[in-house]
Design a protein around this ligand. Structure first.
Ligand code: PMP
Length: 359
């Protein structure tokens, strides 16, 4: 007899990670191409010597370092096993069965999965025609069962960005018993145009106890393999998060590496300038080749290829570049090193043009 599991798991898709295979250039998972700094590697090696002990479940040192850097009291900081761990914990602390979680769609593909795993209902609000969040429609989607709203800014996978004023108006209109998670996993890649209003979740959360800001060490800080992210939230929410947190799930190597990365924050954040310059270069080349695509505020670009996306990503993989395919919707391309981006551009402006319907 087959061991019995929850029948509803049948309808929950498994998370699909970006593919990779040896020798190919991987532009599928929005990672940083550069390995950890020597100072961070040293911290990891030192922490490795103490792996016979459990990690500090309260991540005291990391919470203190984040509190210092972000200028918020430590009671307002929670760390998680990646920011995806915190996304999951947020669903767990807000939702009972059949409660609703609202988010824009297409967005981060973990949102519907963690919602369904918690037995809650995902309410997907279609993106605007220009691939951004439709905040009006998201407000209209709120019901008396809504407990949590994810706002992904910049949005994965489309790269769209919400401005401060529109986000403020949205937050003011959301009933204040509903938790709003501002998922800013790609915040460090945002470069507002001169005169443009930058939406900084930490500022928006001030005076709004229902707003939670999520950030991560996986992207700009280059620690995707260690799994550590953080939330800034009202102390009551931080306490609630601690109740559902899988004990010791932020391991000691991750904690020490994150502290060492904060010590080297300026150096790490300077690296994002190179990614942003490459983002512009790659997008310009694609637009010149005839691609119609939205601008991106993150470390990836979105090609809205619709039904053509699967064949496009498949051909790119055969050409040695792994992209992220969203069948029927589009293809996401992470910005890598210049030579990796060149390999992608060689495909995209050559063989890829016909597959994208441009030739
Ligand atoms: N939020 C968004 C929007 C993401 O794209 C990702 C990673 N793909 C995450 C959260 C989770 O990142 P991590 O768990 O590595 O911090």
């Amino acid at each position: 007899m087959t061991p019995r599991t929850r029948p509803d798991l049948e309808s929950i898709p498994a998370y699909v990670p970006g593919r990779s295979f040896p020798g190919a250039v991987k532009l599928a998972s929005n990672e940083t191409t550069v390995g950890p700094l020597p100072s961070v590697q040293k911290a990891i090696a030192e922490a490795a010597a103490g792996l016979n002990r459990y990690p500090d479940n309260g991540a005291t040192e990391l919470v203190a370092a984040l509190s210092h850097r972000l200028g918020v009291p430590p009671e307002q900081v929670a760390v998680g096993c990646g920011s995806v761990g915190l996304c999951q914990e947020l669903v767990q602390i807000t939702c009972d069965a059949d409660d609703e979680v609202v988010f824009s769609w297409r967005s981060f593909e973990a949102y519907p999965i963690i919602t369904a795993v918690a037995g809650a209902t995902a309410v997907r609000v279609p993106n605007t025609p220009d691939h951004g969040h439709d905040l009006k429609a998201m407000l209209a989607a709120i019901t008396d069962r809504t407990r949590l709203i994810f706002v992904c800014n910049p949005n994965n996978p489309t790269g769209s960005l919400l401005g401060k004023v529109e986000l403020e108006q949205f937050l003011d209109a959301v009933p204040d018993h509903i938790v709003v998670a501002l998922d800013e996993a790609y915040f460090e890649y945002v470069r507002p145009e001169p005169g443009e209003d930058l939406a900084d979740g930490l500022e928006l959360a001030e005076g709004r106890p229902n707003v939670v800001v999520l950030r991560t060490f996986s992207k700009a800080y280059g620690l995707a393999g260690l799994r550590v992210g953080y939330a800034v939230a009202d102390p009551s929410l931080v306490t609630a998060l601690s109740k559902v947190h899988t004990p010791f799930s932020v391991n000691s190597l991750a904690q020490r590496a994150a502290v060492a990365s904060l010590e080297a924050a300026n150096e790490l954040l300077t690296r994002t300038d190179g990614v942003v310059a490459e983002r512009q270069r790659v997008r310009n080349a694609l637009v010149d080749a005839g691609y119609e695509m939205p601008p991106s505020a993150a470390n990836f670009l979105w090609l809205p290829l619709g039904e053509r996306s699967a064949a496009y990503a498949e051909a790119a993989a055969e050409a040695g570049v792994i992209l992220r395919n969203f069948t029927g919707e589009g293809t996401r391309v992470t910005i890598g090193d210049p030579h990796e981006n060149d390999l992608f551009l060689h495909f995209a402006t050559g063989q890829g043009r016909a597959l994208a319907g441009l030739a």
